[in-house]
Design a protein around this ligand. Structure first.
Ligand SMILES: C[S@@+](CC[C@H](N)C(=O)[O-])C[C@H]1O[C@@H](n2cnc3c(N)ncnc32)[C@H](O)[C@@H]1O
Length: 192
């Protein structure tokens, strides 16, 4: 995530944290965006919740563009980003402001029961995953809450289309209005 997108995410998190509700992220990976949400949550006295199965997305698997072999757990032969994520949080001094949930996003969403101030979607980038993330988490957003979507590329030449289709679905629902655009990061707001 480039710096300007990170600053836009932090700014949205700051605003949403003022609602006094948890901020939720789908797609922890090694914690880069989590620490932005956690820093905003700390300032407002709320918490950041981050959800990931920690086995990596499609493009992070061996042989794919974003694979990092150092993140493979040799004992089981699969990606495991949880240890690196925990080191990131520890180094940032933000462990007390984050709840890390290890699991598949739709399964966590199905048992979630509390209104959220912000949902940041940066998980799986297939249509199946993006649609499930939107359907699972958007209903948990409080009125006035912010839906932040990463990797929104209107032009297919710039990247995959699933987050863009999620973004279009959210706008077409009539429930969300657009608040800001920073490269591929879109901030939408749920109607009050
Ligand atoms: C692009 S990375 C997230 C990057 C992170 N937000 C950052 O800015 O550093 C996507 C992450 O989503 C996770 N993921 C993909 N599909 C998922 C799903 N259905 N449930 C939970 N996590 C998922 C992957 O394991 C991966 O760590």
């Amino acid at each position: 995530m480039p710096v300007d997108e990170g600053l836009a995410l932090y700014s949205a998190a700051e605003e949403a944290a003022a609602l006094g509700l948890p901020l939720l992220e789908v797609g922890t990976y090694c914690g880069r965006s989590t620490i932005l949400l956690a820093a905003a949550a700390r300032e407002a006295g709320t918490v950041a919740v981050t959800v990931d199965h920690h086995r990596g997305s499609e493009e992070q698997q061996p042989g794919w563009e974003y694979h990092d072999a150092s993140l493979v757990d040799g004992a089981v032969g699969r990606m495991d980003t949880l240890p690196t994520f925990r080191r990131t949080l520890h180094a940032a001094g933000l462990e007390d402001h984050v709840i890390a949930v290890v699991g598949r996003s739709p399964r966590v969403a199905a048992v979630w029961g509390k209104p959220l101030g912000l949902v940041f979607v940066d998980g799986g980038h297939t249509d199946e995953h993006a649609a499930a993330d939107y359907e699972g988490w958007a209903p948990h957003l409080a009125p006035g809450g912010l839906l932040v979507i990463h990797d929104v590329f209107p032009d297919p030449a710039d990247g995959g289309q699933a987050p863009y289709r999620m973004y279009r679905t959210a706008l077409a629902s009539g429930v969300f209005t657009e608040r800001s655009v920073t490269r591929s990061l879109r901030v939408l707001q749920r109607a009050a």
